[in-house]
Design a protein around this ligand. Structure first.
Ligand code: G3P
Ligand code: CA
Length: 327
């Protein structure tokens, strides 16, 4: 076993660039998890704007649905951790986010918790930040200098019947995806060849991935694997689950062993580890041939990859945008 492991550490499988190239996904892909969520409140406008300006390849977002049917970007099941719901709606503070109408969700402040929790990174402009809709996130991704893609997670999809179709309908309505005359849903960037794939769907739910596949088979999909899932099934079993419905797997960093990555590559699937926030993790996983990094700290990953844009005075953009980033 020791020699088996040592072999893969020294000789990792190097097929990731070719697999990603076939899907027009950049290698290694830098994915800003809930935006640049160490330096700004997660899933808010500044978190995503900073991540986009730094040059992240993709903005990661959890999509849920409000009680009145609007697609919103929000991670948790309820609103307590990242909003002031306990002040405004004390009796409903434990209720699921999907039980609130968009107008109610818009009344809440999604930034002040961050200033209180992380005083060294606090900024006055974070106070009073609003929840984002999927359409607003698309506008952010389209507004920057770089073309930044979106990697969208159907969060708790069992609570939101039809959410996969609704996500795709919204992406089409906003002109982010395109429908051909024959009805195929394609990434708009793939029509123009020069740019990378801008859209990836992922989920912990194989059933949700299957529904994405039914509606938009050509858009890349990833099966997310949590630590509890891996205790139920072995890695090779998950590869078999993923193979017919996904192009890759997203898994907790500590599970991204090089022999797991090699086994995925054997089936032409790529591996994106999450959530990679330390330099040593980035170095190790780069050696193991991870296809990219899902990170709360895109500035750190981009710096490691020497992909941070320079300002005219030759300071990296990181130092201009986020001078207070703790290291
Ligand atoms: O990046 C994978 C990740 O998004 C899945 O976990 O809990 O952050 O949505 P979570
Ligand atoms: Ca997520």
């Amino acid at each position: 076993m020791f020699f088996y492991g040592a072999y893969y550490v020294i000789n990792p499988d190097v097929r990731a660039p070719r697999i990603l190239d076939q899907l027009s996904i950049p290698h290694p892909a830098v994915i800003a998890h809930r935006g640049a969520s160490v330096v700004a409140p997660e899933s808010t406008t500044p978190a995503y704007e900073i991540a986009a300006r730094l040059g992240s390849d993709y903005l990661e977002a959890d999509v849920q649905r409000s009680a009145d049917g609007e697609l919103i970007i929000f991670h948790d099941s309820d609103l307590r951790r990242t909003s002031n719901v306990s002040e405004l709606f004390p009796r409903r503070q434990h209720d699921p986010v999907g039980s609130f109408a968009l107008a109610e969700l818009r009344m809440l402040d999604y930034g002040s918790w961050f200033n209180q929790a992380f005083p060294l990174r606090a900024r006055p402009e974070y106070e009073g930040l609003e929840i984002l809709t999927l359409s607003e996130l698309i506008a952010i991704a389209e507004s920057g200098e770089h073309t930044t893609g979106l990697i969208l997670e159907s969060k708790h999809p069992e609570r939101y019947p039809g959410i996969e179709q609704q996500i795709i309908d919204t992406l089409l309505a906003e002109g982010w995806l395109k429908q051909t005359e024959s009805g195929r849903v394609i990434d708009k960037a793939s029509a123009g060849k020069a740019e990378h794939t801008r859209t990836i769907f992922f989920s912990f739910s194989p059933a949700s991935l299957l529904r994405f596949q039914d509606v938009a088979a050509e858009i890349p999909r990833l099966l997310l694997i949590s630590d509890t899932m891996i205790t139920h099934l072995r890695w090779r079993s998950w590869l078999e689950v993923a193979e017919p419905i996904a192009h890759g797997l997203g898994l907790k960093g500590f599970m991204a062993w090089p022999w797991h990555i090699a086994a995925a590559h054997e089936k032409q699937m790529f591996v994106l580890p999450y959530t990679i926030n330390y330099l040593w993790q980035i170095r190790v996983l780069a050696q193991f041939q991870a296809s990219g990094f899902i990170t709360d700290r895109p500035e750190l990953v981009l710096d490691f990859l020497q992909r941070l844009p320079q300002q005219p005075n030759s300071a990296p953009v990181r130092d201009v945008i986020i001078p207070a980033t703790p290291r």
